[in-house]
Design a protein around this ligand. Structure first.
Ligand code: DQA
Length: 163
């Protein structure tokens, strides 16, 4: 009988990289020009690029998705169920304070997520101080600007190594 030999190259091909998903809510496509006193001057493209670079260095697959439509974000969360997404980094933006349907989508999929806000929502208007996500998030980073996304990624990379 012929013995089948799997080369390390072939093995590497069959082992898929862990997958992370970054979700951005409404108006975050305008980062860089939108209220820089709250959200800074870094664009969403720059944030996504920095995340993609860091993930690549760590051998992790990372996709970023932004939408101004609640249904589109919900559909993206549903799709993550069958795509073996291990963790999500989420800035729900204005839906933080209104988005029960987005929260329900995350709860339904059960994919653990880190909630990120550029501004410190607790130091702003009263209506921004309640989040529909924080109690089911792994953790929350708020007020550290664009670095918050990278810190969330660092946390998740560490977590993937110890899972
Ligand atoms: C935000 C804070 C929200 O209150 C606001 O609606 C946003 C952005 C932040 O990143 O600081 O759009 O989530």
């Amino acid at each position: 009988m012929m013995k089948q030999k799997t080369t390390s190259k072939a093995r590497a091909k069959t082992v898929s990289k862990p997958r992370l998903l970054v979700l951005h809510g409404p108006n975050l496509n305008l980062l860089g020009e939108r209220e820089p006193q709250h959200y800074g001057e870094v664009t969403l493209e720059d944030i996504n690029l920095a995340l993609a670079r860091r993930a690549e260095m760590a051998g992790v697959e990372l996709e970023s998705f932004q939408s101004n439509h609640e249904g589109a974000l919900i559909e993206r969360i549903h799709a993550a169920r069958t795509q073996e997404v291990r963790y999500i980094i989420l800035n729900p933006a204005a839906w933080t304070h209104t988005g029960v349907a987005v929260r329900d989508a995350l709860a339904a999929t059960g994919i653990p997520f880190v909630e990120v806000h550029l501004s410190n929502i607790h130091a702003r208007e009263a209506f921004r101080q309640h989040s529909f996500f924080s109690d089911i998030a792994l953790g929350v980073i708020s007020g550290l600007g664009h670095q918050g996304y990278l810190l969330a990624l660092e946390y998740l990379l560490n977590k993937l190594n110890t899972d």
